[in-house]
Write a protein that binds this ligand. Structure first.
Ligand code: AMP
Length: 396
C-alpha cells in the first residue's frame, strides 16, 4: 500500500480549529498506575504542534478491553491525562464523558492551544463496531480529525476510521513516520533488502512472507517458524514446536524462493533443550535435532550466518524473535540479530512486539532507523494489506 500521498497535520490550517486526535494511549497499568508511558511520550510531537499552532486539541483513545462496569474502572484514561499534563508542562483537561453534553461543553469552551482528553472510546460498544451514529457524534466535537494511532490503524473502528466520513482527516507525525519509513522501504528499498522473520507460527506470518518474497533479496527465518521450514526440507527437528499442516506450504515457499534465486536462510544449528523450561538441560545440534530435544534458539553458526547477511544489507526489516527470547538461555540468537542490525549501516525497521521490546531492552533503540509503534498494524502493512485508519485519510 502506498500512503505517501496522505495529508498530514502540516498540510492543513489548524489555527482556531477544534481538532480531534486519535492517539494510542493504550498504556500498561498496574493498580491504576502507568507502568510505561512510552506511548504517551511518543504522542507529544503531534499534540504540541497542534497546540502551538492555535488548535483546540481534543484527544481520544482506547485503553484495554473494557467489557462491564467493573472492568471500565480499570480502563479509565484519567491517569493518562495527569501524566500527559506533567510531561508537557501544560494543563490537560479530562472529562469522564465521551459524546455527551459535558464533552461537548468542554470542547466548545476550549481556547486555541488548550488540550482536553475524553474518556476511553471503547466504553461504547459502538466504537469497535464502527457504528456510524457514534462516529458522527464523536466527529461533532471537532472541525478536523487527526489519526496518530498507528497501533490501531489496522482496525476499522469509529475513532480510527469512521470519523473520517464526517471531517477533513489527516495523519499526525507518528503515522507519517510509519508511512514514510516502512512504505518507503517496501516501495523503493536500498539493496540488498533483507527480511528477518521469527516468532511462533508460520501461519501468523504467511501473508508477510508471501508479500516480501517478491521484494527482498534475502529472507531469513528463525524462531519456531524455522522448524516447519526445516521439516519441509527433510531435516530432523526432534520435539521442536512446528506446524505439521503447514509443511506443504513451507515446501511451496522454499520452491518459489529457489525459482526466484532468492537467498533463503534457515538455521543450520540450534540450541535445544530437553524440556520447555529455563532450567532445562541444553545441547547444541548441528543440522538435525534428535528426538527428545526441542530447538529453542538458533545456534552459534546460524547467528554468524544471519549476522553476516545483515552486515552488508541496505535495508533490513525484522519481525519476531529467533528463539524463546523471554528465557535468557534461549535469547542469544535474538540478541545477536539485534546487535548485527544495530551495527549495520542499513535502513533498519523493527516491527512492533517482541523484536521491538528486545531492541529496546538491549539499548539498541537509537541505532535503528525505525521501531514501529504497532505490532499487528506493522505486520499487516508488511503483508501489503489496506490499513483502514490510514486509507480513510485525505489525499494531498
Ligand atoms: P510471535 O508473537 O509470532 O512473534 O512469536 C513470539 C513467540 O515465539 C515468543 O513467545 C517466543 O517464545 C516464541 N518462540 C520463538 N522461538 C521459539 C521456539 N524455537 N520454540 C518455541 N517458541 C518459540
Amino acid at each position: 500500500m502506498d500512503y505517501s500521498g496522505k495529508k498530514t497535520i502540516e498540510d492543513i490550517d489548524v489555527k482556531g480549529k477544534k481538532v480531534l486526535v486519535r492517539c494510542d494511549f493504550n498504556v500498561p497499568l498496574s493498580d491504576g498506575e502507568i507502568v510505561d508511558d512510552k506511548r504517551i511520550r511518543e504522542s507529544i510531537p503531534t499534540i504540541k504542534y497542534l497546540s502551538d499552532n492555535g488548535a483546540g486539541v481534543i484527544l481520544c483513545s482506547h485503553l484495554g478491553r473494557p467489557k462491564d462496569e467493573e472492568s471500565k474502572k480499570k480502563c479509565t484514561l484519567a491517569p493518562v491525562a495527569v501524566r500527559l499534563s506533567r510531561l508537557m508542562g501544560k494543563e490537560v483537561k479530562f472529562t469522564t464523558d465521551i459524546i455527551g453534553d459535558e464533552a461537548h461543553a468542554m470542547a466548545a469552551d476550549l481556547k486555541p492551544g488548550e488540550i482536553m482528553l475524553i474518556e476511553n472510546v471503547r466504553f461504547y460498544k459502538e466504537e469497535t463496531k464502527n457504528d456510524p451514529a457514534f462516529a458522527k457524534a464523536l466527529a461533532s466535537l471537532a472541525d478536523i480529525f487527526v489519526n496518530d494511532a498507528f497501533g490501531t490503524a489496522h482496525r476499522a473502528h469509529a475513532s480510527t476510521a469512521g470519523v473520517a466520513d464526517y471531517l477533513p482527516a489527516v495523519c499526525g507525525y507518528l503515522i507519517k513516520k510509519e508511512i514514510t519509513v516502512m512504505g518507503g522501504a517496501l516501495a523503493n528499498p536500498k539493496r540488498p533488502f533483507v527480511a528477518i522473520l521469527g516468532g511462533a507460527k508460520v501461519s501468523d506470518k504467511i501473508g508477510v512472507i508471501t508479500n516480501l518474497i517478491d521484494k527482498v533479496d534475502t529472507l531469513i527465518v528463525g524462531g519456531a517458524m524455522a522448524y516447519t521450514f526445516n521439516a519441509a526440507r527433510g531435516w530432523r527437528i526432534g520435539d521442536s514446536k512446528f506446524e505439521p499442516d503447514k509443511v506443504e506450504l513451507a515446501k511451496e515457499i522454499l520452491a518459489k524462493a529457489q525459482a526466484k534465486g532468492l537467498k533463503f536462510l534457515l538455521p543450520v544449528d540450534n540450541v535445544a533443550a530437553d524440556k520447555f523450561d529455563v532450567n532445562a538441560n541444553i545441547k547444541v545440534f548441528e543440522h538435525g535435532i534428535d528426538d527428545g530435544w526441542m530447538g529453542l534458539d538458533i545456534g552459534p553458526k546460524t547467528q554468524k550466518i544471519f549476522a553476516d547477511a545483515v552486515a552488508d544489507a541496505g535495508t533490513v526489516i525484522w519481525n519476531g524473535p529467533m528463539g524463546v527470547s523471554e528465557m535468557p538461555p534461549f535469547a542469544h540468537g535474538t540478541i545477536a540479530v539485534a546487535k548485527a542490525i544495530a551495527e549495520s549501516n542499513s535502513v533498519s525497521i523493527i516491527g512492533g512486539g517482541d523484536s521491538a521490546a528486545a531492541v529496546e531492552q538491549l539499548g539498541f533503540a537509537d541505532k535503528m532507523t525505525h521501531i514501529s509503534t504497532g505490532g499487528g498494524a506493522s505486520l499487516e502493512f508488511l503483508e501489503g494489506l489496506e490499513l483502514p485508519g490510514i486509507a480513510c485519510l485525505d489525499d494531498k
